[in-house]
Design a protein around this ligand. Structure first.
Ligand SMILES: [Zn+2]
Length: 81
């Protein structure tokens, strides 16, 4: 196994590191496509019992650049059957 050498992308690694900030309300994240920090839009992806899963996408190209799990569960309560 030689994973980690072939296909290693420093820009991609930076994007992963950015996701560790996702407890905060993100306004700018690194977009691997634009190769710069970009303003992001927040999309509600999934509503789960443990929280709402959001995805951040680049405002310029729409590439997903990060995610967030919001544990308020407010939408789950509304939609719960
Ligand atoms: Zn972009």
């Amino acid at each position: 196994m030689k994973e980690g050498l072939f296909g290693f992308d420093p820009a991609n690694r930076q994007a992963v590191e950015q996701q560790q900030f996702d407890q905060l309300e993100a306004t700018e994240l690194y977009c691997a496509n634009c190769r710069q920090a970009v303003p992001v839009r927040k999309f509600l992806l999934l509503i789960l019992p443990e929280g709402d899963k959001y995805e951040y996408r680049c405002q310029y190209c729409g590439t997903p650049v990060g995610g967030k799990m919001d544990k308020t569960g407010q939408y789950y309560g509304v939609l719960k059957r």
